[in-house]
Design a protein around this ligand. Structure first.
Ligand code: AMP
Length: 440
């Protein structure tokens, strides 16, 4: 970053320090947004800005570049959309693109497009979402819409570059370049695409960059794209008190049985099972279906239309369970998810908070379970440190047998671990049938 002129730390809405949120007394009227936007907020039932909104919006209205360190669930979408729309209303309607929002996934693009329609209902601000996948017909429709111009365009990087390379997109009047979930975009290998898109935008613009985490590569991107930014950072990420967190300490071969036991006992109507790897998604889906549990899957392997169909079925509760990887999970904005199961401990501690934040949204109650195998104990220990809480470890269901003992100080490299009864090496692999008496 060239210079960080100002830095503020605020609390979470979903990953919350509750007092911090309720202490935040600003009203949307204090932000002096355009009356048509205030009408939209009222229609959507938004009464008070969330911390990230009350901190970021005034800076954005003052034309400052902003680096927002915030996750989904904090209200960050409105934090950048509301002031952007406000500023668009002050510019002449000349059929040119005024704001470009770049996001990692099609799902997120659609969500932001819907939010724009909601907030902007009374404003006449036009928006358009452009994402990968889809047919040639869709590409032509997008091309036409881009040529005619929309005030606010929400894009995934690859698809936008395809249009930009064909030369008909005019970004000469672009006032805002907004990058949302920038860390995810970097994880997905979009760094070059982002830089190429930025090179098409006019230099004298306002850039807003939102990211849940701040690894070194993010800092470099921020340095390259932002000019004298204000950093708005959320306080330590703590999960909402409304999420009841617990964990099962298991051997690898016990995972499926424990998962099935949780889901059957809870009779879950809406639940997500997270895995860190695409390969595991298919394996879990097979195990659930074999156990008679209806589920869908969502990973970056699926075609866009397939993903959309699964999400719709899940939203409408036609399928009660969704098995998903982290990459596509960030944008999931469904308020009534009862339960989240971490089939494995997420590789990144922040992702734990993010995953379990999918439940207990909008003041509802939710439950989160994590399956911890010996190799993940140390990592789970780091998560407990991050959330400043020891997560309750539950006894395994009777039919599953004994699991290992929880030891977050276990040295993974030494790799030797004794279970309470078996005194066997924990290799994380299946145990021989017969001795353990369980066929899988
Ligand atoms: P986001 O972090 O932008 O994905 O927002 C998370 C959820 O909080 C969405 O369902 C929003 O509609 C909702 N939300 C955002 N800001 C507010 C607010 N000020 N008041 C009530 N709900 C909000």
């Amino acid at each position: 970053m060239r210079k960080t002129s100002h830095e503020v730390k605020v609390g979470y809405i979903n990953g919350v320090e509750k007092e911090e949120v309720t202490e935040n007394q600003t009203s949307f009227y204090d932000l002096e947004l355009h009356p048509d936007i205030e009408d939209g907020l009222e229609a959507m039932g938004f009464e008070k800005p969330t911390p990230i909104q009350s901190e970021a919006i005034p800076h954005i209205l003052k034309k400052k570049d902003v680096l927002g360190i915030a996750q989904t669930g904090t209200g960050k979408t409105a934090a950048f959309l509301l002031p952007t729309m406000d500023r668009i209303l002050d510019t002449p309607d000349n059929g040119k693109v005024k704001a470009l929002v770049v996001v990692p996934t099609r799902e997120l693009a659609m969500q932001i497009d819907q939010a724009t329609e909601g907030f902007g209902y009374y404003t006449g601000v036009s928006s358009l979402a452009i994402y990968g996948g889809g047919t040639g017909k869709e590409f032509s429709r997008e091309k036409k819409a881009l040529q005619q111009g929309a005030d606010l365009v929400i894009v995934t990087p690859g698809r936008m570059l395809s249009h930009l390379n064909l030369g008909y997109v005019d970004l000469s009047e672009l006032e805002f370049l907004i990058l949302d979930e920038a860390d995810r975009m970097l994880d997905m290998g979009f760094h070059q695409d982002i830089m190429r898109i930025a090179s098409h935008c006019k230099k004298k613009r306002q850039t807003l960059l939102f990211s849940a985490t701040m690894p070194e590569k993010m800092r470099r991107l921020a340095h390259d794209l932002l000019n004298d930014p204000v950093t708005v950072q959320l306080a330590l990420s703590k999960p909402s008190e409304n999420v009841k967190q617990s964990a099962y300490v298991v051997f690898d071969y016990q995972k499926d049985d424990v998962l099935i036991d949780i889901l059957k006992k809870k009779r879950v109507e809406s639940g997500i099972i997270f895995t860190s790897r695409k390969k595991t998604v298919n394996q879990v889906v097979r195990a659930l279906r074999k156990a008679g549990l209806k589920c869908g899957k969502i990973s970056s392997d699926l075609k866009q239309e397939e993903r959309e169909e699964v999400m719709l079925d899940f939203r409408q509760k036609k399928i009660p369970l969704l098995v998903a990887t982290d990459v596509v999970s960030r944008g999931i904005d469904i308020d009534s998810i009862e339960i989240v199961v971490n089939y494995d401990v997420p590789p990144n501690e922040e992702d734990y908070v993010h995953r379990i934040g999918r439940t207990a949204r909008a003041s509802r109650e939710g439950e989160a379970f994590t399956l911890i195998v010996p190799d993940d104990m140390q990592r789970f220990g780091r998560i407990e440190k991050l959330i400043e809480k020891s997560v309750e470890k539950l006894s395994l269901p009777e039919n599953v047998g004994n699991g290992p003992e929880y030891n977050p100080n276990r040295n993974k490299r030494r790799g030797f671990f004794k279970s309470k009864k078996s005194h066997n090496h924990d290799s994380g692999k299946k145990k021989p049938k017969g001795r353990y008496g369980k066929k899988r």
